[in-house]
Design a protein around this ligand. Structure first.
Ligand SMILES: Cc1cc2nc3c(=O)[nH]c(=O)nc-3n(C[C@H](O)[C@H](O)[C@H](O)COP(=O)(O)OP(=O)(O)OC[C@H]3O[C@@H](n4cnc5c(N)ncnc54)[C@H](O)[C@@H]3O)c2cc1C
Length: 462
C-alpha cells in the first residue's frame, strides 16, 4: 500500500519537509503531496532587498516544481480538514473544492501580519510580509517622490516625503533600512525633494529595537540608522492612522502618506478551521516531536505551530523564524517517516545559532555561535549565508548577479505598478481611465485595477 503524506503550506517549513521526505521515504511506496496557494516559496529574509529594488522580485522566490522533483505540487488553498476522516479540504484554482485523503498530514501554513484595533490601521497602513506588499512599497515610494516633485507647497510635499515604519523587529528594521537607502540613492533624480529632504521614522512600542539580538548589537544598529538621519522612537506606539497622517503616543501627529506595519505576526487564519487544538495566540499545540496535541497522524511546524522551544527548556514555544521552520521541516519529515516504520521519532532540539540583520549600505549586525559581528564583515557574512541557504544553483547565481549589478550600477528608478495588471482592451484603445495609467496620479492609496480572480502571489497575473 502506498503511504499518502500531505503537506499543507509550501513555505520554509513545508518546503524543507517535502525535500527531506523525498530523501528518506522510498518513492515506490510513498506519495507526497504539497498543497500551496502559490507555486513558489518566498525567501522572506530577502524581501527587503526586493522592496529596495536591489533584487529582482523573481529572484527572492524558489519555484516549487523546479526544486521538488518527487513531490506532487497541488496549487490551491487549504480551507479545512477532517482529522477523523483524514482528509484535507482544498479550494482549487477554478473555485471547486476537493477533499484530499492523507495517512499523515503536516500543517505548515505560516503566519500573517498581526494587526491591532488601531483606528485607520487596516485601511491606510501596508504590511510587509508578502511579495506583493514589498513591490507595492517600492512602487509607492517612487509614486510618492514623483507626486512630491510635482508639488509647489513644501508643507503638502512633506507628507509625501515622510515614511513611518511601525515595529522594529528584523522585518521592520531591514525593510526601512533598504527602502531609505534606495530613496537616498534616488534623491539626485528629484531636485525639489532633495532640497526639502525626507523624513524616515521607526516606531517601536518596546524599550529597544531588535529584541531578537543582543542589546549591544541592537545599539550598534540603532546608532548606524540614526547616523543616516532615521528617527527611532522607542517606547512609542501608533495611536491612529489616516490617509495623510500617523498619530503617535508622544502626541505628535506626523503628516505622512506611507505607514508600514511590521509589528508582529499571528498564525494564518485557516488554522482556526482545521479542528486542531490551539494556544492563546492561535498557534497549533504540538508536543516536542511536533505531533499535534490529541492527534496521531497530524503534525504542525513553523509560524503556525506552538512547538515547545528547547532553548527555553520546552516551557515556551519556538519563536516564529525561518531558522526554526527549516529545522522543524527537516525533523518532522524524519518523524513522519519514523511513524510509518522508518527510524525513531525524535524531539525537536534545535537552538538558534546565529542572527543577521542587514541594514543596507554594506552594513549589518550579526551574532553567530556566540561571536558578534558588525559593519561590513557582518554584511558580508549575511550575504554569504543567504547565498548558501538559497535552494538551487541557478537561484544562488541570480542573487549574486543582482547584488553585483547593484554594486556596480545602482538601482533602477522605474515604477512599474501596472506590471501584471494591463489595462483592459477597451481602456487601452481609448475608453479607459487614463489616471490609472500614470504615476503619482492620486493619493497613493489606490490599487491598480485588478482582475479579482487572476492575481497571483507575486502580483503578476495568470
Ligand atoms: C520581511 C521578513 C523578513 C524575515 N527575515 C527573517 C530572517 O532573516 N531570519 C529568519 O529566521 N526569519 C525571518 N523571517 C520570518 C520567516 O519568514 C518565517 O518565520 C518563516 O517564513 C516561517 O515559515 P513557515 O513555513 O511557517 O511559513 P511560510 O514560510 O510563511 O510559509 C507558509 C506557506 O503556506 C502558504 N499558505 C498559507 N495559507 C495557505 C492556505 N490556506 N492554503 C495553501 N497554502 C497556504 C503560504 O503561501 C506559504 O507558502 C522574516 C519574515 C519577514 C516577513
Amino acid at each position: 500500500m502506498a503511504w499518502n503524506v500531505v503537506i499543507a503550506g509550501g513555505g520554509f517549513g513545508g518546503f524543507y519537509a517535502a525535500r527531506t521526505l523525498e530523501k528518506v521515504l522510498p518513492r515506490e511506496s510513498t506519495k507526497v503531496t504539497l498543497v500551496n496557494d502559490v507555486n513558489f516559496m518566498l525567501y522572506t529574509p530577502l524581501l527587503p532587498g526586493a522592496a529596495g529594488g536591489a533584487l529582482e522580485p523573481r529572484h527572492v522566490v524558489v519555484p516549487l516544481r523546479e526544486e521538488l522533483k518527487e513531490t506532487q505540487l497541488r496549487l490551491g488553498s487549504v480551507v479545512g480538514a477532517d482529522s477523523e476522516g483524514r482528509t484535507l479540504r482544498v479550494e482549487n484554482l477554478d473555485g471547486s473544492c476537493s477533499d484530499l485523503p492523507y495517512d499523515e498530514l503536516i500543517v505548515a501554513v505560516g503566519s500573517v501580519s498581526r494587526t491591532l484595533p488601531i483606528p485607520g490601521l487596516a485601511e491606510h497602513a501596508i504590511g510587509f510580509k508578502a511579495l506583493p506588499e514589498a513591490i507595492e512599497l517600492r512602487n509607492r515610494l517612487l509614486r510618492s517622490l514623483e507626486t512630491a516633485e510635482a508639488l509647489d507647497d513644501p508643507v503638502e510635499r512633506a507628507q509625501w516625503l515622510t515614511f513611518v515604519f511601525v515595529g522594529a523587529g528584523y522585518a521592520g528594521l531591514e525593510g526601512l533600512a533598504e527602502l531609505q537607502d534606495f530613496a537616498a540613492d534616488l534623491m539626485q533624480l528629484y531636485p525639489k525633494c532633495r532640497t526639502q529632504g525626507m523624513r524616515w521614522i521607526l516606531v517601536e512600542a518596546k524599550e529597544r529595537v531588535m529584541t531578537e539580538i543582543q542589546p549591544d548589537l541592537a545599539d550598534f544598529g540603532m546608532r548606524e540608522l540614526r547616523s543616516r538621519g532615521i528617527e527611532i522612537m522607542t517606547s512609542t506606539t501608533l495611536d491612529a492612522v489616516t490617509a495623510s497622517s500617523a498619530s503617535l503616543s508622544t502626541g505628535e501627529v506626523v503628516p505622512t502618506r506611507t505607514v508600514v506595519w511590521t509589528a508582529g505576526v499571528k498564525p494564518h487564519p485557516v488554522v482556526a478551521d482545521l479542528g486542531l487544538e490551539t494556544d492563546r495566540g492561535g498557534r497549533i499545540v504540538t508536543d516536542r516531536t511536533m505531533r499535534v496535541a490529541g492527534q496521531q497522524h497530524v503534525w504542525a511546524i513553523g509560524d503556525a505551530a506552538a512547538v515547545p522551544d528547547p532553548a527555553q527548556d520546552y516551557r515556551a514555544s519556538c519563536p516564529p523564524t525561518a531558522q526554526h521552520a527549516i529545522r522543524q521541516g527537516r525533523l518532522v519529515a524524519r518523524n513522519v517517516a519514523a511513524s510509518i516504520g522508518r527510524g525513531k521519532v525524535k524531539p525537536f532540539t534545535y537552538k538558534t545559532r546565529g542572527v543577521f540583520v542587514d541594514m543596507g549600505q554594506q552594513e549589518a549586525v550579526a551574532s553567530t555561535m556566540g561571536i558578534k559581528w558588525r559593519g561590513r564583515p557582518a554584511w558580508f557574512l549575511a550575504r554569504t549565508y543567504h547565498i548558501a541557504l538559497m535552494p538551487g544553483t541557478k537561484r544562488k547565481l541570480r542573487l549574486l548577479a543582482d547584488w553585483n549589478v547593484q554594486l556596480l550600477f545602482g538601482r533602477d528608478a522605474s515604477e512599474l505598478g501596472r506590471l501584471g495588471h494591463p489595462p483592459r482592451l477597451a481602456e487601452a484603445s481609448g475608453g479607459g481611465t487614463p489616471s490609472q495609467q500614470t504615476v503619482g496620479s492620486g493619493s497613493g492609496d489606490e490599487a491598480p485595477a485588478q482582475d479579482p480572480v487572476a492575481v497571483t502571489g507575486d502580483g503578476t497575473s495568470r
